[in-house]
Write a protein that binds this ligand. Structure first.
Ligand SMILES: [Ca+2]
Ligand SMILES: [Ca+2]
Ligand SMILES: [Ca+2]
Ligand SMILES: [Ca+2]
Length: 394
């Protein structure tokens, strides 16, 4: 071997050694960690495990930022994880509200509705608007001859969405004045007995109301009684018809309960009467103490106003009376077409809500079949304040 060959061999060996050293150097210094292999090193990766959720979101929502199979729990899929979601299951009822009332806040099937919507169960009684029929029993269907207020009776009214009813309780004649003789009649004058021109058996009427309530779910019903019989006879009426135990008794000055709590307590019937409070019958709320009403039976729409006519104007519960009488002082079916019209009635309701700074609890009409009383209240109930945008016509 010549010298030149020896030098060449040594330089090749040296190069090979260099390559080996370089390789070894590379093997002993591992690449920076990148858990999800997305090319962003873990120290820089906002989503370490690559499951699509930011590390801080996972930390806040109590899932594991280092585990792709652990992601924030969001039962209702609204993008708000359960930890931060006041209504985890998205059924409209807050978690606490559900827990306090025995519902499962993690199960959207475990819920209740009031007047068709779960969120209405959260509304207090005075923060809801009920469609109401004036002299609800005085109808063509019930064969009233004079002073007729509606074409159709209770079943139709209920099916149409009416949930508050004004009734007049009388004995069926001057000679029949026992508790069994309670009827709904409409006085037309002092010379004739009010039941002469038509009567409805109060027991049958209230029984039907009870069965309608039994067959629906989550509705609160109100009666306003213009009463001409002893309170004991009204008590007998409600006892006999199985309705007595579901009557709610309110303490003056207390906040009104929510619709949900009224339903859950089994007290889904609220009764007012147009008489002074009687301590022996605290469930017969004096409508003038516990509520107030506007004027009524004006001769034209122009005469209607929003102000207090009867009762305590400081009370949150009130009746927006919305019926006209004709030149003979009788209910006016022609006028009802105008004042029950959807736009007219909605505008009047919102205007009175604004003027009185208080939502009408009841909107009461004659000839409920004319116009759209129940659609008006559906729209009003979608609003939380008179200044809210007006929702679409139902
Ligand atoms: Ca994760
Ligand atoms: Ca959620
Ligand atoms: Ca819920
Ligand atoms: Ca639930």
């Amino acid at each position: 071997m010549c010298l030149a060959q020896t030098v060449d061999l040594m330089s090749r060996w040296g190069a090979a050694m260099m390559v080996c050293l370089l390789l070894l150097a590379g093997c002993s210094s591992p690449p920076p960690p990148d858990m999800d292999g997305d090319g962003i090193t873990d120290s820089e990766d906002a989503d370490l495990d690559g499951d699509g959720y930011n590390n801080t979101v996972e930390l806040d929502c109590m899932s594991d930022a280092w585990n792709t199979t652990s992601i924030p729990s969001d039962i209702d899929g609204d993008g708000i994880c359960d930890v931060f979601d006041s209504d985890m299951d998205g059924d409209g009822l807050p978690n606490d509200w559900e827990e306090e009332r025995g519902f499962d806040p993690r199960d959207a099937d475990s819920m209740m509705t009031c007047h068709g919507e779960s969120v209405y169960c959260l509304r207090t009684y005075d923060d809801f608007t009920f469609p109401e029929t004036h002299n609800a029993y005085s109808t063509v269907e019930d064969q009233f001859l004079i002073g007729v207020n509606h074409y159709t009776g209770l079943q139709w009214q209920w099916d149409g969405g009416i949930r508050a009813f004004m009734v007049d309780s009388h004995h069926r004649s001057d000679d029949n004045t026992s508790a069994e003789d309670v009827r709904f009649c409409h006085g037309t004058g002092q010379f004739f007995h009010p039941c002469l021109f038509g009567e409805v058996d109060a027991f049958e009427w209230v029984s039907l109301l009870g069965s309608l309530m039994d067959n629906s779910s989550g509705d609160v019903v109100t009666l306003l009684i213009e009463n001409y019989v002893p309170a004991e006879h009204l008590e007998f009426l409600f006892m006999e018809t199985g309705m007595y135990n579901r009557i709610y008794t309110h303490t003056l000055g207390d906040p009104w309960p929510s619709l949900g709590d009224l339903v859950l307590s089994g007290t889904d019937l609220v009764v007012f009467w147009e008489q002074s409070q009687n301590n022996d019958f605290p469930w017969l709320h004096d409508f003038g103490v516990f509520s107030w009403t506007t004027n009524y039976a004006e001769n034209s729409a122009e005469e209607m106003s929003c102000t207090v006519h009867r009762g305590d104007g400081s009370q949150p519960v009130w009746h927006l009376n919305n019926w006209l009488s004709n030149a003979f002082g009788l209910p006016d079916p022609v006028g009802a077409v105008e004042v029950n019209d959807y736009d007219n009635l909605l505008n009047r309701s919102i205007e009175c809500w604004q003027i009185m700074d208080n939502r009408p609890t009841f909107v009461a009409v004659d000839y409920w079949e004319e116009g759209e009383i129940t659609n008006v209240t559906i729209t009003l109930n979608k609003m939380s304040h008179w200044s809210d945008p007006i929702p679409e016509h139902p």
